[in-house]
Design a protein around this ligand. Structure first.
Ligand SMILES: Nc1ncnc2c1ncn2[C@@H]1O[C@H](COP(=O)(O)OP(=O)(O)O)[C@@H](O)[C@H]1O
Ligand SMILES: [Mg+2]
Length: 295
């Protein structure tokens, strides 16, 4: 069945043809599910991180703070990196300050991600530094990725100082780990207000798409993966309108395309139309979605 149907949907990624065999309600729901679309700026950042990890025997491991507004794609980059690093020989550990139900400190999150027992008893009994060093060596851990780092840096002054000194220790000679910190702009301000860290941390901005080729390619690749029966006419007018409505913020672009596609399945349009984008706020509301405000 899939093969016969598949052959007539040349405008859709063959890997997604199986979705045409599902009921329309399910197909509409799948239109609103997230998937990753590679684009040059993301590939560049992941390559940069890979290259930074190649450097050995530095007194201080190279670190980077990756800044972007909410919805600019930071967490998606982190998740993508998590996937890609599986095929690398060097390893990264991942922590996120957000969604931290146990209210662990940054240090506890890092220890827990490494599998170190950091209970009070364990700490009282031993100095954990050698244990951490052994795990880093055993697992070939080269860096720590922290998502939502602003949550660690915009706490009380005392917590902020503790976390900044932890970041210094991690990348110093004792551990030699590169730190990749993802967060909103205020994170950069805090990190770079410290003269020692300022020298250590490169800054990478995760920006909205400007109206140009990368944006056009991203939209085309995204639409290629949406299971709609007819080819959408993604012309200059639609692209410009979409850019105007979304300000090029990836979260908004993705939501607008997802809601339009889901609507197009349910009402039988089966393609993304300009009028969907014109009325995108109504469509988003219909599915309980909303765009990030962006000034
Ligand atoms: N390369 C990409 N391909 C497809 N969707 C993406 C991509 N980058 C981001 N998105 C989508 O944009 C939305 C917001 O991204 P997110 O990473 O959560 O932003 P941030 O962490 O900066 O707030 C998510 O729904 C995500 O799926
Ligand atoms: Mg995020």
């Amino acid at each position: 069945m899939s093969d016969i149907v598949g052959s007539s949907f040349g405008h859709v990624n063959p890997k997604r043809h199986y979705i045409f065999d599902l009921p329309d309600a399910r197909r509409a729901a799948i239109c609103r599910e997230d998937f990753w679309v590679p684009h040059p700026a993301a590939t560049y950042l992941i390559q940069k991180i890979n290259m930074m990890l190649e450097v050995e025997n530095k007194t201080q491991a190279p670190c980077m703070v990756c800044c972007g507004d909410g919805g600019s794609g930071k967490t998606s980059h982190v998740n993508r990196l998590k996937q890609e690093v599986k095929s690398w020989d060097k390893k990264l550990i991942f922590v996120t300050m957000h969604q931290n139900p146990n209210n662990y400190s940054l240090k506890q999150l890092i220890l827990s991600a490494m599998g170190v027992d950091f209970s009070r008893q364990a700490r009282a009994a031993t100095n954990i530094t050698p244990q951490m060093q052994a795990i880093i060596k055993r697992d070939n851990i080269k860096g720590v990725v922290i998502d939502e780092v602003h949550d660690a840096l915009t706490l009380t002054d005392l917590q902020q100082r503790i976390n900044l000194s932890l970041l210094k220790n991690l990348s110093g000679s004792e551990y030699g780990l590169s730190v990749f910190a993802f967060g909103i702009g205020s994170a950069q301000k805090v990190l770079r207000a410290d003269p020692q860290l300022e020298r250590r941390y490169a800054v990478h901005d995760i920006k909205p798409f400007s109206y140009g080729e990368e944006y056009r390619n991203f939209v085309s690749s995204y639409v290629y993966n949406l299971p709609l029966k007819y080819r959408s006419n993604i012309d200059g007018e639609l692209l410009l309108l979409l850019h105007k409505k979304t300000h090029g913020l990836v979260d908004n672009i993705v939501k607008a395309l997802q809601a339009s596609a889901a609507y197009a399945v349910l009402n039988g349009d089966e393609r993304i139309k300009k009028e969907h984008i014109t009325n995108v706020d109504v469509l988003l509301d219909m599915f309980g979605m909303s765009m990030s405000s962006y000034d």
